[in-house]
Design a protein around this ligand. Structure first.
Ligand code: NOJ
Length: 519
């Protein structure tokens, strides 16, 4: 089986992984210096959030040059060195492709906004004002407020699904499509192993720009974007042809390059992005472990529904967290986060690990004067900001946790003197040790890496399932609560537990998960 099916992926938020030049912001040389941590952890690939030239209004998701590295992160030569160093260690490297929108600092947008008859005008989405002079329709930015920004010089509005500094590209224009496909080729030619594709389902909008319907379930704490359902501004049928073209490009390169789509949609719609008659992305990100209620019955139903919905040949994947969502240890608590790790790394499919989750990092409270995230700055106080999950990686107990020689761009969590890589590497009972053990089990047992999957009966708070390949059978049983639960462990060898000690065969202790090699 190909590497992206059997392997695991590790997401690096580059500003926060390792700083090498003392500006308090992580960079490519920093990542290179820390690759051995990832080798020791046992992951197979890294995905790095955007590192391209950017004014950083959305910390790199506003790209001003798709084919060069932002100086804060380094240079193209640093990138080539990082890629070579990763490959030398057997690690694959994925970049983050942001095709839906560019920075308004991108030369394409500057040209586009310069006049109505500029040849690049149609590269972005320009519309006349509504009869009352207001925005062309009711579409709301994901960061709150109208998604339309008025340009007084040319008398039209441009569309931005995110910040006004992130203008949506017009993917119905073949020249845009061509130019952006060339971006994929540029990095594939350089040797990258694939891409995570930002907001893939946003890329095409309804051709007539009708209003979005009101969301009957809207509550303000959800964020203003949820006031309407994005049925006309996202997930249009034409996006699938674009995804299929990206796939053809990826498949045209040797060495199993992979495309992973960021798509937040209900399961049936998500599955479409595997492609129906024509292949699309290899892995449409499955975010359900982020969104499902954390109890055995809900998770069992969700897993069964997801497995059942996969198209023929569609390979599953799982995610516990990312740079946009609360950290797993905050959502479920420290002891249960160990159970969550066991779940992520023993389900059928490719797992993606968010940096720092292997230490059990929690969301870090950000003092108001240190808030950086535009999401928080635009709709403050609802807990929508993403800074708390983007804080620096704590490496050791030295100044600034070994992350930087200077004050980091975001504060470290208060527990960094003890919760850091060096301390946990020396502690067999640590979260890091558990992640290493789980990843090494996946490598050792084909039943886990590529085997079949069957849910066992859910009893009380215990979620249990079986994985098998050939003669090898593995049962995973996870107690999703903090209370002891009766559970008859099958006969066999317990190869891993989330808790120390414990030999009972009729009970799972609170927050206990076990992996059993069945005899
Ligand atoms: C999704 C990314 O994950 C998020 O961080 C970003 O703000 C938006 N896309 C806009 O690019």
């Amino acid at each position: 089986m190909t590497w992206w099916k059997t392997g695991s992926i590790y997401q690096i938020y580059p500003r926060s992984f390792q700083d090498s030049d003392g500006d308090g912001v992580g960079d490519l040389k920093g990542i290179e210096a820390r690759l051995d941590h990832l080798v020791a952890l046992g992951v197979d690939a890294i995905w790095i959030s955007p590192i391209f030239v950017s004014p950083m209004h959305d910390f790199g998701y506003d790209v001003a040059d798709y084919c060069d590295i932002d100086p804060r992160f380094g240079t193209l030569a640093d990138f080539d060195a990082l890629l070579a160093a990763a490959h030398a260690r057997g690690l694959k490297l994925l970049l983050d492709f942001v095709p839906n929108h560019s920075s308004t600092d991108h030369p394409w947008f500057r040209e586009s906004r310069s006049s109505r008859d500029n040849p690049k005008r149609d590269w972005y989405i320009w519309r006349d004002p509504a009869p009352d002079g207001g925005p062309p329709n009711n579409w709301i930015s994901d960061f709150g407020g109208s998604a339309w920004e008025y340009d007084a010089a040319t008398g039209q509005y441009y569309y931005h699904a995110f910040l006004k500094e992130q203008a949506d590209l017009n993917w119905r224009n073949p020249d845009v499509r061509h130019a952006m496909m060339d971006v994929l080729r540029f990095w594939f030619d350089r040797g990258v192993d694939g891409f995570r594709i930002d907001v893939l389902w946003h890329m095409v909008k309804h051709a007539d720009f009708p209003d979005n319907p009101a969301n009957p379930a809207y509550r303000p704490e959800m964020g203003e974007m949820h006031a309407v359902l994005q049925s006309n501004s996202t997930d249009q049928p034409e996006v699938h042809d674009i995804a299929a073209e990206m796939r053809r490009i990826a498949d045209g390169y040797p060495g199993d390059r992979v495309l992973i789509g960021e798509i937040y949609l209900p399961i049936e719609k998500l599955m479409h992005y595997y492609g129906i008659d024509t292949p699309e992305v290899h892995l449409p990100f499955n975010f359900q472990l982020i969104e499902a209620p954390w109890d055995a019955r809900s998770l069992a139903t969700m897993i069964a529904d997801y497995e059942a919905a996969l198209p023929p040949g569609g390979w599953p994947n799982w995610v516990l967290g990312n740079h946009d969502r609360p950290r797993i240890a905050t959502r479920v608590g420290g002891p249960q986060a160990r159970v969550a790790a066991m779940l992520l790394l023993t389900l059928r499919g490719t797992p993606t690990i968010y940096y720092g989750d292997e230490l059990g990092l929690t969301d870090v409270a950000i003092p108001p004067d240190r808030v950086q995230d535009p999401r928080e700055l635009r709709e403050p106080g609802w807990g929508l900001g993403r800074d708390p999950v983007r804080t620096p990686m704590p490496w050791n107990a030295s100044a600034h946790a070994g992350f930087s020689s200077a004050e980091p761009w975001l504060p470290l969590g208060p527990d960094w003197p003890t919760r850091n890589v060096a301390a946990q590497a020396a502690d067999a009972g640590s979260m890091l040790a558990l992640y290493r053990d789980l990843l090494s089990l996946r490598r050792k047992h084909a039943a886990l890496a590529e085997g079949d999957f069957r849910l066992l009966e859910t009893t009380g708070s215990v979620l249990a399932y079986e994985r098998w390949r050939g003669d090898e059978r593995i049962v995973v049983a996870l107690n999703l609560s903090g209370e002891d639960q009766p559970f008859a462990l099958p006969a066999g060898e317990v190869v891993l537990r989330t808790l120390p000690g414990g030999v009972r065969t009729d009970t799972l202790r609170g927050n206990e998960g076990v992996v059993i090699l069945v005899r």
